[in-house]
Ligand binder design. Structure first.
Ligand code: GLV
Ligand code: MN
Ligand code: MN
Length: 407
């Protein structure tokens, strides 16, 4: 028994056209019209595969293939939203490989004891609404439904209003639901598997993640007549914070990574001194203690930069996910599946956040990684060869079947 490589390639191609960029990437931000079209396409494929589809209060989509016994399902899933000018593999591949597993079970007329469910989570990326993984976070009870509903995009539009607008504000409660196991296939988004010539990563866990938001209040003024000695430039302070945050990673070292990826400058014109800057800070490390040390260094850097420029600031550490080890039994199952699938594999840790991180708080969870070409992702160049995808999908199939049990 094997997955249908051509069918899988075809669906990657078809879903990849929805929100495709001219350079072959993907812009399908959460709860936009493109996201709705991607969701609609998936729901149609799920119904064709005989799944009964439900939608919960956070717009998470579940398609269930019944089992022969009244047991909790084996869930597979990921997300179909993307970052702006992202790639067509991040999230998409997990959902499509899950669909391919179900199509293969159908082709083989194979019944399982546990039901098998395909899940699509809302706003995994955190690109439009913060934080990332917001819908699995609500499901796991880690984020309040009301807070998630009130999350606003950069134009002030609320998440709940967009859910309603695109027709995905479902009736099912978004609460922890029992599952036998949750399995997520995903691209690695780093360089290791490709460098080592491997097709599959057996994911052991996900690093701890901290997101902060800094607002710097300077004094907006004219770029010409205002002498340098009386300026209070929010962007000059922000620039010091940018290099200071890079310094945190350099000094603490190890596997700590720090990123400032979003900077909003006001009024952002040529001839005005920036009056306000809002910026994001993303820090990650496998160790929660190390991440605590990094966070403790942030405030002094911000304070000193702002004092030097004579500006005020507000710093908010608003999102934290602890280091999340996956269930040992599920990890072992994935490893056995990778071996049975004939894949060259190794165990690996994820540096990216995934819905699996929150799902691990509810029940036994594991992940399957496939390589990312040149380690690139969250960019249009994102690419995974179909040979590796096939090994990954086969690993997912064997693991899901093992956990769901042949009837
Ligand atoms: C999700 O893509 C994240 O790791 O930020
Ligand atoms: Mn993803
Ligand atoms: Mn992503």
């Amino acid at each position: 028994m094997n997955v249908d490589r051509q069918r899988l390639e075809q669906s990657i191609e078809e879903l990849g056209r929805i929100g495709q960029t001219p350079r072959g990437g993907l812009t399908r931000l959460a709860l936009t019209d493109e996201d709705k079209r991607g969701r609609d396409w998936m729901v149609a494929r799920m119904r064709e595969a005989g799944l009964s589809v439900t939608v919960d209060q956070m717009g998470n989509i579940f398609g269930q293939r019944p089992g022969t016994a009244p047991l909790a399902p084996v869930m597979m899933g990921s997300h179909v939203d993307s970052v702006p000018t992202g790639g067509r593999y991040d999230g998409q591949l997990g959902v499509l490989c899950g669909l391919e597993v179900i199509r293969t079970l159908n082709d083989e007329k194979l019944s399982t004891r546990h039901p098998v469910t395909l899940a699509i989570f809302t706003n995994e990326e955190g690109a439009r609404f913060q934080p990332a993984m917001i819908a699995s976070g609500v499901m796991a009870g880690k984020i309040a439904l009301e807070d998630a509903y009130n999350a606003r995009d950069k134009d002030g539009i609320r998440l709940v209003d967009e859910l309603e607008r695109i027709g995905y504000l479902g009736p099912e409660p978004c609460v922890p639901r029992p599952f036998r196991a949750y399995l997520e296939l995903h691209i690695e988004q780093g360089p290791f598997l490709e460098e080592e010539g491997l097709s599959v990563g057996v994911v052991e866990g996900i690093v701890a993640i901290a997101w902060s938001r800094l607002t710097i209040h300077g004094v907006q003024d004219h770029a010409g007549p205002t002498p340098m000695r009386i300026r209070h430039d929010a962007l000059v302070a922000a620039a010091e914070v940018v290099s200071g945050v890079r310094r945190i990673a350099r000094e603490i070292g190890g596997e700590l990574v720090t990123t400032i990826g979003n900077l909003v400058v006001t009024p952002n014109i040529v001839n005005a001194i920036p009056g306000r800057v809002t910026l994001s800070i993303d820090m990650r490390d496998p160790s929660d203690a190390t991440l605590d040390r990094a966070l403790a260094r942030l405030e002094p850097i911000v304070r000193e930069a702002c004092e030097r420029e004579g500006v005020r600031y507000e710093l908010e550490n608003y999102w934290r996910v602890p280091y999340t080890p996956f269930d040992r039994g599920v990890v072992d199952t994935v490893e056995r599946a990778a071996r049975a699938a004939g894949a060259r594999y190794r165990r690996i840790l994820s540096g990216a956040g995934h819905d699996a991180q929150y799902m691990a708080a509810i029940g036994p969870t594991g992940m399957v990684f496939v390589p990312s070409h040149d380690g690139r992702s969250h960019c249009e160049e994102e690419f995974t060869p179909i040979d590796d995808i096939e090994y990954g999908a086969r690993t997912l199939l064997v693991a899901a079947l093992d956990l769901a049990g042949r009837a």
